[in-house]
Design a protein around this ligand. Sequence first.
Ligand code: SUG
Length: 447
Amino acid sequence: MTLAYREFNFDGLVGPTHHYGGLAEGNRASVGHRFQDSHPRIAALQGLKKMRALAGMGVGQAILPPLSRPRLDLLRRAGFTGTDQQMIDAALLHSPSLLSAAFSASGMWTANAAMFAPSCDSRDGCVHITPANLVSNLHRSLEADETADLLKKIFPNFELFKHHPPLPKTVAFSDEGAANHIRFFGLEGGRGMHLFVYGREYFGVSPVTRYPQRQTLEACQAVARLHQLPEETVVFARQSPVAIDAGVFHNDVISTGHGALFLYHAEAFADGPSVVDRLKKIFEETQHRSLCAIEINEFSLADSVQSYFFNSQIVTRSDGRTVMVAPAESEENPKVRSVIAGLMKGADAVIGDVVFLDLRESMQNGGGPACLRTRVVLNEEEQRAVPPRVFFSEPLFDELTSWVERYYRESLSLSDFRDPALLVEIQTALDNLTQILELGPIYSFQK
Ligand code: SUG
């Protein structure tokens, strides 16, 4: 008997310190917007509107609160001394990027928060959760332990949810979470199959790239083992080094999947044809139907990175149609727009409808629609074990919108981090948020 399973998008609520630090090497948007003014209020509202659009389609939608920032412990551990104010002033002067890292709101891209395996996939019938260690970037590495604690609050029944610690924090296990993972399935609630994508092999020879290869094969293998995924349901694939050097820092910038649909760029993988053959074969063997794998070669890697086409969310709307939720940048690129039109054409159209969303504040840091969410497949019992207020509703949307409008600044630049009023605003806002979400104290300053 198959239990009723449902996929939820857990979106990261954009935090009040959203800014452009230029912190992520190899992520063109991040580097290109370094130290430009950001707009945290608009950023958070854009994210909330996306959640509302998805929920309005009948898609499972939930929220993960932002992590607490600033992390002044980073400054102290890096040798700055004195009061908080003195450390911030000195860091702004001597190491603005370190200051930016301490204030980074990068936890908003929850596709990188963790990898999840649904209970219908794992051998022990539990949901498995491994927070990403994110060791490739200083600002993101700060997220791992906080995310691990947060996920224990959101998925608190340890019989149902198996929380693994982040993988050992070393380059050998460099792990960026679900951004390099796609779960395919033939039947909702049935056992799915898994594509894990890596850039580098720690114990093997890897091609040299100019930009960092953020995910290792060893990390992918460890997660597949920890999550008790049967070997016959797993494929590991190497990202193309050419793609990495074109700014494809995660696989979700160059391929995507939903159910039995797989869209991938012709230059996504080091050995594309063999990856696709393996996926098709395993899909057929495990799901007893064929994978609809569509290679996109009508636009370049550069167009992929500029438009974030592959970072669209593909979802099933309540009327049964497959909908692509794409960033506005995809509509603005004529080649990409025409590919989308092609996917929607004819009797065998794989996309039934497209919705373009303005997520520019996040996009300017390299975070599109799919980066802002992590997919969690839960059965009814598991859903009941999650604090109910984190599930999206219209009243929650209204409350969070007023909350953002009340506490978030219209714009932020790095020098604003010197303002002592900002720290008070952030703590008051986050404290208030935990009340709205009825989560109890989750931040260290509340304990
Ligand atoms: O890790 N940007 C993030 C964007 C993450 C996108 N996620 C997915 N593709 N799933 C990153 O590169 C920029 C922060 C700054 O520069 O201020 C940043 O961390």
